[in-house]
Write a protein that binds this ligand. Structure first.
Ligand code: ZN
Length: 459
């Protein structure tokens, strides 16, 4: 169990009648994450994660790695610096480079602070090419920082110059098999986004600077979103207006369209041989002849995903988290120091905490032991932080039995200890059900507003 009094937690306390001079538009997630001491801006467009935010990120990366492993992904780590030689070969250094961080070492050799790793991973495979067809399909992913010199970084982690990405690169024998890979990884993404329980839309997308042929984006819907999406009410088709700005639905010709704004949180691409050909990443076919590998790439913006989820779920004043990402599941608030209930409360607290290990993971419990503060003040903080379950142990006795207060986003109860423990057990069960969702069993209980029909574009 973690104690809040020991936690590095640089909350911003603004004076009561402060006049807000800064008129720069900031988003809800940016405001709440900063005020609550989770994320601190470093300099323009970069951010520092404080311990509570780091916990959220660790949960998110673990969840994502698990999904990637489930589709045969193997985790690697490539350098942040990539040689611009590779980027010359792929032709991307001849395109728009305004968002690249380019730098030179002492020998004058040029590097990029990588915005993405297609070149690097293809060069890696090329260095051992030709590989055998027996090693295919090959799926490699990493999770780490990426860099983009944004003209306008904004909304905190949502559009930052340095951000955390999961990037998966896949290698197949032919286009048909790479489309099969594409479908498998997309199914893994679908499962992940359902586990997070934030309504999402999956849309057909432009391939942009990545090149390739087939591409989809996953969006969280919020007015803060920078992309405009078209959704067909009739057939469920959805697309980024970048590729599909029309009066009628491209698939069913219905005019019943709606437009919403979304934050792109993940992107998938079929790349074919766009990188393997110039960088010479090959494999030996079963007939002994070399052939270029057929690639795909699949990104998830981890830092953006966390911020965008908060953006969608939170209220003006209180953070809200996906169940699987909350910094702690449970926050316990004990009696105020020196109050007449203190002794009784401590007895109940010890008893209660002793039993908690049976109904949840102790690592998910935070005790707000700042007992020089009133219960009310600490409850307010806990609510603003959005802990899914808040337990107040004030030492209150009703009809001769000790009661605890349980606060959840949609209910507040004054109940006996045993009842509180069984509520926590219920929550733990719901969480583990979410964690162990299988890709197959989930379609039946889709809790997202839009069902996007997209498979046909891959055949
Ligand atoms: Zn339609």
């Amino acid at each position: 169990m973690e104690r809040l009094s020991r936690l590095f937690w640089p909350v911003i306390v603004s004076p009561k009648n402060a006049v807000i001079k800064n008129v720069e538009a900031i988003s809800r997630s940016q405001k709440l994450l900063a005020e609550m001491g989770l994320v601190k801006p470093a300099h323009n467009g970069t951010f520092q994660l404080m311990p509570l935010a780091q916990r959220v990120f660790d949960k998110c990366t673990k969840l994502v790695s698990r999904r990637m492993s489930a589709v045969g992904g193997q985790q690697i780590l490539m350098p942040i610096l990539t040689s611009s030689e590779h980027w010359k070969k792929s032709g991307r250094l001849d395109g728009d480079i305004t968002e690249f961080y380019l730098l030179h070492d002492r020998h004058g050799k040029q590097f990029l602070l990588s915005p993405t790793h297609e070149e690097a991973v293809t060069a890696l495979i090329a260095s051992i090419s030709p590989i055998s067809y027996r090693q295919l399909p090959l799926r490699l992913f990493q999770i780490g920082p990426k860099f983009r010199d944004e003209l306008k970084s904004r909304f905190g982690l949502i559009r930052a110059k340095e951000f955390i990405m999961k990037d998966l690169y896949t290698f197949d024998r032919d286009v048909q098999l790479s489309l099969q890979t594409y479908n498998e990884v997309n199914a893994a993404y679908d499962t992940l986004f359902r586990q997070l329980e934030v309504p999402f839309v999956k849309v057909e997308a432009a391939t942009g600077m990545m090149g390739g042929s087939v591409s989809h984006e996953y969006h969280y819907i919020t007015p803060t979103g920078e992309d405009q999406l078209m959704l067909c009410d009739n057939c469920g088709f959805a697309a980024n207006v970048e590729i599909c700005n029309a009066e009628i639905c491209r698939r069913c010709k219905s005019a019943s369209l709606q437009y919403v704004r979304g934050i792109e949180v993940a992107h998938t691409f079929v790349l074919k041989d766009k990188y393997s050909r110039p960088l010479k990443a090959t494999f030996l076919q079963d007939n002994g002849k070399p052939e270029y590998l057929v690639m795909g790439c699949y990104g998830i913006g981890i830092s953006r995903l966390v911020a965008a989820a908060v953006e969608v779920l939170s209220t003006e004043k209180e953070l809200r988290w996906p169940k699987l990402l909350a910094p702690f599941d449970i926050c316990i608030i004990d009696a105020k120091q020196g109050s007449k209930e203190e002794e009784m409360a401590n007895k109940i607290k010890n008893d209660f905490c002793g039993s908690l290990g049976k109904v949840c993971s102790i690592e998910e419990v935070l005790i707000d032991d700042r007992n020089h503060l009133t219960i009310g003040k600490r409850l307010l903080d806990a609510k603003r932080m959005g802990y899914p379950i808040i337990v107040i142990i004030s030492g209150k006795i009703v009809d001769g039995t000790a009661r605890v207060e349980l606060h959840m986003p949609h209910a507040s109860l004054q109940i006996e200890q045993s009842e509180a423990l069984s509520e926590i057990a219920k929550y733990t069960k719901a969480k583990s059900k979410l964690l162990n969702i299988s890709a197959l069993g989930f379609n039946a209980r889709l809790n997202c507003k839009y069902r996007v029909i997209w498979m046909t574009t891959c055949s």
